[in-house]
Unconditional design. Structure first.
Ligand code: GLC
Length: 568
């Protein structure tokens, strides 16, 4: 009887608790009128390369802290810090040896607390990178797991017998080259690592692993974190029967056979886990950003969850695959992102791909093209995730000699694959040596263009890429049409000019981007969109003589950006 009563009381307490979490989130939405992450501009920081406060050539948390004013002034609302936990740095932090601490090279937990406090004062939220698929072999869980076949944590990782002497359990290939299996001579079994040998995969089918990892998220939520970027989340589960993957024709840049990762990538179980992670995120008014590589619209839709109960911001990288100034390709990708029913996310670069400045640039008009790209992805309906230095027009600085390469992918794949060092070089603060990043030689060299493309110099130049970003981000925060308006594609047959309207009630903002190196003329009839006698008031443009008033004859210089408020 008493036991039953206790059960009822417990159940009641749980319901009250759940309801109050739900209420807290609802209240936050009601107060702001929207979920906070829908209006936020996110900014990715690679901590090794942002700012070095102790002059050891490697960036750190105090360095980030000292530049919060810059970020606020730029118009950033949330920073995503790539992994800064203790790590042997085999993959520069993506090999974590302790999820609940800070690597001494970046500072201490106390420094993190200071950063969190100062960020709050600046109204900037912090997003941590959650490397949940794998750990470092130096993590105490792996050390224990590898200590003997009888270890209580043996099943925390994926251990299997080989098929025979020197033959791994199956044909799976590592993303970093070679077999995805590593023989451990001590216990005579292989462990699975999708990435480097120094990144053994956790076994998410083991409830103890799941619990430990959820506890990690709570640890950081308690310290004021507003969400996580979920690293390599597609890879959480593997086929328990370890079927061989289908081998495709040809070889990849690392010299391995091409393969369809049918049995170790994007397994349906990933979605079950995402739902659970989302629940904890909701309890903390937090956002989940997914490293969810897909160019498939239906797959993208699935990441949001059938009931919008998985990832709020799945990054799809569809723009990054366009790699040229193609209005029609961008239109298609925008339409894909718009059609899922979820809130779109737009990204043009990150620490794993050549900088957008080089990918879209033609080598002659790169600054203009950088403004076009900003003019596009920062005015679309959705949340943008910027990459540090993009706002300066920072360019890649790829290594020229194999012995200079730091990235394990570049070491494995040289010379066909030079790795990712080029896009991870130090932030360019000024034109002094090492671009003002550090007084010591930085861990990666800055490109020669730092002399002109740096914060200090660009702040003085009204036409710089940085000033353009700043003005654009002011607009983005001010114009309700840019924050909440619909996306309406215009002149869809035009092969040179991308134009669209962001429409919110009686207000609208028009965006016109000439993606060609030639003058263009377009006529815009906005009557079907509810503006029969539309008048334009330029808000931000690179045109010397921007059209104001009527829009039936808009003359555009090569690579022009024209953003205007529309009224009746
Ligand atoms: C993600 C990261 C990448 C890292 C990999 C392994 O793809 O973005 O930098 O190498 O995961 O953790």
């Amino acid at each position: 009887m008493i036991r039953n009563l206790m059960r009822v009381i417990l159940l009641f307490a749980c319901i009250v608790l759940l309801l109050s979490f739900g209420q807290a989130q609802k209240r936050a939405v009601e107060a702001e009128g929207h979920e906070w992450w829908k209006h936020a501009v996110f900014y990715e920081i690679y901590p090794r390369s942002f700012a070095d406060s102790n002059n050891d050539g490697i960036g750190d948390l105090k360095g980030i802290d000292s530049h919060l004013d810059y970020l606020k002034d730029l118009g950033v609302d949330a920073i995503w810090i790539t992994p800064c936990y203790p790590s042997p740095q085999v993959d520069f932090g993506y090999d974590v040896s302790d999820y609940e601490n800070i690597d001494p090279m970046y500072g201490t937990l106390k420094d993190f607390q200071h950063l969190a406090r100062d960020a709050r004062k600046h109204d900037i939220r912090i997003i941590m990178d959650f490397v949940l698929n794998h750990t470092s072999p130096q993590h105490k869980w792996f050390l224990d797991s590898a200590s003997s076949r009888a270890s209580a944590r043996r099943d925390w990782y994926i251990w299997r017998d080989g098929k025979g002497p020197g033959v791994p359990p199956n044909n799976w290939i590592s993303g970093f080259g070679g077999s995805a299996w590593q023989l451990d001579p001590k216990t005579g079994q292989y462990y699975y690592h999708f990435f480097a040998v120094g990144q053994p995969d956790l076994n998410w089918r083991n409830p103890a692993v799941e619990k430990a990892m959820f506890d990690v998220t709570r640890f950081w939520y308690k310290r004021g974190v507003s969400g996580f970027r979920l690293d390599a989340v597609d890879l959480l589960f593997e086929d328990p029967n370890l079927h061989d993957n289908p081998v495709l024709e040809g070889k990849n840049d690392l010299g391995d056979p091409n393969m369809e990762n049918k049995y170790n990538d994007k397994l349906p179980e990933v979605h079950t886990e995402l739902k659970k992670l989302r629940k904890v995120a909701d309890e903390n008014d937090a956002v989940l950003i997914g490293e969810t590589y897909t160019s498939n619209r239906d797959e993208l839709k699935e990441y949001y969850g059938d009931h919008n109960d998985e990832i709020q911001l799945p990054m799809d990288f569809m723009f990054c695959e366009v790699n040229k100034l193609s209005p029609s390709d961008f239109r298609t990708q925008i339409a894909n992102a718009e059609s899922t029913g979820g809130w779109p996310v737009y990204v043009i670069g990150n620490h794993d791909m050549t900088r957008s400045y080089n990918r879209y640039g033609d080598g002659q008009h790169n600054d203009q093209i950088a403004k076009i790209m900003a003019g596009m992805y920062l005015t679309l309906r959705g949340t943008p995730v910027m990459y540090y230095g993009e706002e300066l027009g920072m360019e890649n600085n790829d290594p020229v000699r194999k012995e200079d390469v730091k990235d394990p992918i570049g070491i494995a794949g040289w010379p066909a694959e030079k790795g990712r060092d080029g896009e991870r070089t130090p932030m360019q603060w000024n034109d002094s040596s090492n671009a003002g990043f550090s007084q010591a030689a930085p861990w990666l060299p800055v490109p020669a263009s730092y002399k002109t493309h740096n914060v200090e110099t660009e702040l003085k130049d009204p036409n710089s890429v940085l000033q353009f970003y700043k003005r654009l981000l002011v607009l983005r925060h001010q114009e309700s049409a840019l924050l909440d308006g619909d996306y309406v594609a215009l002149n869809q047959d035009n092969r040179d000019v991308l134009s669209y309207l962001r429409r919110h009630g009686n207000e609208a903002v028009l965006v016109v981007l000439n993606m060609s190196n030639a003058k263009q003329k377009i006529g815009l009839d906005l009557s079907p969109e509810g503006f029969p006698s539309a008048k334009a008031m330029p808000l931000l443009t690179t045109l010397a003589a921007p059209p104001a008033g009527r829009l039936d004859q808009v003359a555009l210089d090569p690579f022009a950006v024209y953003i205007a408020r529309i009224s009746q």
